[in-house]
Structure formats: C-alpha cells, structure tokens
Design a binder for this molecule. Structure first.
Ligand code: ARG
Length: 571
C-alpha cells in the first residue's frame, strides 16, 4: 500500500509542479488538522506572489478531494483533514499489509560498523550505546530492504598485544583462557599493563613480541589467536544476553586490514597526498586546522610504531566501497571520534576511494552518565560491565514481577524478566537523541509507567489480552472504519503515521524518532481505551474497535522489534 503521507505528498507535488517545476512541498502531521503542508512561502517567493494568494493558487491546482479537505491557514499553510472514506480505505489496507504501509527499497547495500569492543578489554558503556544503536539501525535497514553487512571492527591489533601475549605466557595458557572466558578481561589487561609499567625486562619482551607478531611469527600468532578467540567468544555471550543480532561472523577486526595497509600508503603517495612530517607519514586533508589555524594531519604511519588506527580505517573504507559495494556506510561510534572520521572520509574522498554517491556517516552518540552526571562508573571507579548492568536490571524486573504476577511460573517469569530488562536498557538508550548524554537510572528505566521500554511492552501485552478474553476466532476482514468517536479517529491517525516515523528515523539515523512515535501511539491507545469500551460495545462498533486494537498491537510489536526489543504477549 502507499502510505497516507506519500499519497498526500504526491498530490501536493503535482500541484506545486504545475506552478513551478521543482518546487518542493513539505508535509507534517499536525494536531490542528490532520496534516499541514508547508512550502508555499518558498514558492511564493520564487514566483514573486503574496503567500496567501499562492496558497489559493496551489489549492486551485490541487486534485485531492477524494483524500482530504484542504483549507488555507495562517500566512500560507494548507491544512489537510482526511476524508472518512480515505481513512477507511487506508486502515483497511493496513490490515492486510504486514509492513503496515512502510516502503521498501531494493538492491542497496549498507555496511554498518558497530559495537567494536577491544580484545582483552571489558565492553564498557560506550560499547553498549554503539551496540544498541547500531543493532537498531541494522534491523531498520534490513526491514527497509537493504542488504545489511554488519562490521564489528574489533580492536585486535596494535602495540598492547606485545604485553598481552607476554602476560599470557607468564600466566599460562589454561589460566589465561579461564579468566578470559568468564569475562574477566579488565583484570587480565590491568595486570599486563602493571607489569609493563614496572618491569623493564617485561617491557623489553613485550617490544620484541610486537615485532614478532607483525613479522608473522607462527607461535606468536597462535598466542594472539587465543586472546582474540576467547574475547570474541565472550562478546558473543554478551550479544546473546542482550538479544543483539551480531554474530562472530560479523567480527572483522582491525587486523583484517593489515595486508591492505601498504597499498593505502603507496596509493596515497602516488596521488600526491602523503607528506612526511616529524617522524610520521601524514595526509593534510583540506579544511582541517587546529586552534592556531595550522593544518591538521591524519597520521597514516609512524616511523617506529607502524600503521595506526587511521590507516586501518582508510583501508576499511576502501574495502567497503570497492569489495562490499556499499551504497551507505555507517559508523556507530562515540562523539569524541568525530574529527577522526571526518578526516578519514575527507582523505578517502581525496584519494578517490569514496565516491560522492556513497553515503558515509559517523553516527555519533553522547555519554552514559551516572546519577552524579559524571561518566558512569562502579563505586570503586571501574568501568561498568555490560553484563552486570543487565543482571541488575533483570533482578529488578524479577522483583517487580513477583508483585505484579505472583501466579506466573518461575521459568516464564525468568524469561519475562530478561525481556523486560533488555527492553528497559535498550529503550532508555534509543529514546533520547543519540547525540546527547543520558543518565543511566535503572529505577526510572524499569518502571511500567512513562516513556519506558517496559511501558510499551505492557501496552502491547494489554492489547493481546483483549484478544485472549475474546475466546472466539475473530477476523477483521469485513470491518468498516467509521471512526465516530474522536479517540478512535486520533488512534487511527496514529496508526497511519508509522511509515513516516520509520522514514524519519532512517533519514536522520535517529532511532528515537521511532521510539517517540511508539510512545505517542501507546498514549493514543490509552486515551482510546479509557473512552471506548471494546468487548462490551455493540456491533459493528465492537469489530471496528477490535480492528483498531489489532493494528495497534501489530504496530507496537513491529516497531519494538525494529528497535531490538521483544514484545511478549503476556506480562
Ligand atoms: N574499537 C574502537 C573503540 O573501542 C572503536 C572502533 C570503531 N570503528 C572504527 N571503524 N573505527 O573505541
């Protein structure tokens, strides 16, 4: 089906085009009428006409009577009110459309770089955000019809591996595997670091080990593999616990690009972009300067340390465009790396590796804060393990369920508590503008009231319970939507907005556009449910209301699934 939004926009475009080819109307949902059309002002300006007159002129070209009533408002807005017959036909189309009106695109590939924890280091809250936002985007892109290639750009290379491998040798392989497999990554790393800082012999051994690693020494590579494999297996457990779609097959770590790095340097040099500066080979992309106005280098290779993070990202862009044929590349990485990515993209463009037709974006996000509004840390000042956050949320959800549904059996309650815990954590992250910081407040995140994941899950379960109480097969095929009650109409309009919400989330790469929509829909439903009895209503109203309930349940469940949140039927 064509979404309501697209039908209206299509008609408006036609009218605008008749007046001035290429003029672009804009449309937004509004509470005063159903939609408000903008763009008349710009059109009036380009034609040199008074805006209200122009609005009248658009109106005279507008063939929309079967769909909406239109009225000129304010300085030149057009207010659109959908006709009852159009509303009915759109809602009936929704009933038979699994996608609930959302459009698809075919033949496009998106590479989404997200999560990217570091080997032998704990996944911290920064990785939580990358993982949760990245996975939501991956789900939305897949639903849109993209071929999605997830890239987990794990930090598995660089100088620290010298000391990590030497520490592994000191501890003994079995011992090391045991501590890594239970996710005790940080103490492993910390112990290695402490020795490196205090013991000169160990330091020297570490240096030699890095050289051996880079030189491809077989035994060194074997030891390195152990560190990588154990960490990746642990990450996989965290992903499973969070219900994240990443698999070990998506791990394409920094080391993967090693063999491409010398070509990167050679080709940058051939393109005349490479400059020797200090003890490093750099590119100075146009438009990047430091505080004193001096050109800023992207360091590609340091004389004593070899290739770095930037060279790897340049090779990755090249690989993603050239070998994976990406139409879009998204990097879901914290805001502090903004300049790094801007510079990498600029250099890749200058080198001809990143054509303008490829959308390449740093999907930046802010910090997770503790109750003191500083970076979230444990009481002892350590980074917080993701798994610990999830466990804590699960135990709170469990206690809430003990009170709410004491009759539920313990297995079911455990499953449900896990689903609620994930929803609480993911939704809190996905419901704020990703660029902003947010306070990690489990008490607030886990409540069943307000703008929370559990609230939306509960709204969905409540809807399903209506159908359980129905106790008879029910089929919405014959329903006519009359929408005589205001609350019915308000809910119905909310249902028709799903495609725009998804379009908005995808266009801005802001999952909160979708979560905000779902919260609004749940509120519309609550208002409706208070005003309009469903099961006790007389036919045909009863069927009409049941159909609205069915559509609301389906929209909530689909929308939540696109955010990576489960929608249990019973809570
Ligand atoms: N491993 C890095 C970190 O923990 C993030 C990598 C992000 N992706 C990339 N292509 N640079 O900060």
């Amino acid at each position: 089906m064509t979404s309501t939004y697209d039908v209206l926009l299509g008609r408006l475009r036609h009218a605008f085009d008749a007046i001035h080819v290429g003029a672009d109307p804009a449309l937004r949902a509004s509470d005063r009428s159903d939609y408000q059309a903008n763009g008349v002002m710009a059109l009036a300006k380009s034609e040199g006409v008074n805006p209200r007159e122009m609005a009248q002129k658009v109106l005279s070209h507008l063939d929309i009577g079967d769909v909406a009533e239109v009225e000129v408002a304010g300085p030149g807005f057009l207010n659109l009110t959908l006709t009852p017959s159009f509303l009915n036909s759109q809602l009936r189309s929704l009933l038979s459309d699994e996608r609930l009106g959302a459009a698809t695109v075919g033949g496009r590939t998106a590479v989404i770089d997200y999560s990217a924890p570091n080997v032998a280091k704990e996944m911290h809250v920064g990785h939580l955000r990358s993982t949760v936002i990245g996975d939501a985007l991956a789900r939305m892109y897949r639903f849109r019809g993209y071929h999605v290639i997830a890239r987990n750009h794990v930090g598995d290379w660089g100088t620290p591996f010298g000391m990590l491998i030497e520490h592994l040798i000191d501890v003994g392989e079995d011992e090391a595997i045991a501590s890594l497999s239970i996710g005790d990554l940080d103490s492993f790393y910390r112990d290695a670091r402490a020795k490196f800082d205090s013991d000169d012999v160990f330091k020297e051994r570490s240096r030699e080990r890095v050289v051996a690693l880079q030189g491809g020494d077989a035994e060194t590579r074997r030891l390195w593999r152990i560190l990588v494999d154990e960490s990746v297996a642990y990450f996989a457990e965290v992903y499973a616990a969070l219900d994240v779609t990443l698999t070990p097959a998506d791990v394409v770590g920094e080391s993967y690009y090693n063999d491409m790095l010398s070509d990167v340097v050679r080709d940058l040099d051939a393109a005349g972009l490479l400059v020797e500066s200090g003890r490093a080979l750099c590119v100075f992309p146009e438009g990047f300067t430091n505080r004193d106005g001096e050109p800023l280098p992207l360091i590609v290779q340091k004389r004593d340390e070899g290739f770095g993070y930037s060279a790897t990202d340049l090779a990755a862009v090249r690989d993603r465009v050239g070998n994976l044929h990406a139409d879009e590349i998204l990097y879901v990485v914290g805001a502090p790396q903004s300049q790094h990515f801007e510079m990498v993209f600029a250099v890749a463009r200058a080198a001809g590796w990143l054509p303008d037709t490829v959308r390449c974006e740093h999907v930046a996000f802010g910090n997770v804060l503790g109750p003191d509004r500083k970076m979230l840390k444990t009481r002892s000042g350590d980074t917080v393990k993701l798994i610990a956050l999830l466990d804590e949320a699960r135990s709170r959800a469990s206690s809430a369920l003990d009170v709410r549904t004491p009759q539920m059996d313990s297995h079911q309650r455990h499953t449900l508590a896990t689903q609620i815990a994930r929803a609480a954590i993911k939704y809190a992250d996905l419901s704020t503008d990703r660029q902003r910081d947010y306070v990690f407040d489990l008490d607030r995140m886990i409540t069943f009231e307000g703008d929370t994941g559990p609230y939306l899950q509960y709204a969905h379960a409540r809807l399903r319970s209506i159908f359980r109480r129905l106790n008879e097969p029910w089929d919405s095929a014959e329903v006519t939507f009359e929408l005589n009650d205001n609350a019915e109409r308000h809910l119905a309009l909310g249902l028709l907005h799903f495609p725009e919400a998804l379009d908005g989330a995808l266009a801005t790469l802001q999952p909160h556009r979708l979560s905000g929509y779902l919260f609004d829909l749940a509120q519309r439903f609550t208002t409706f449910y208070e005003a309009c009895p469903v099961l006790s209503a007389a036919e045909p109203t009863r069927s009409e209301r049941l159909a609205l309930c069915e559509l609301t349940a389906r929209t909530l469940s689909l929308g939540l699934s696109l955010l990576g949140i489960e929608a249990p039927d019973q809570m």
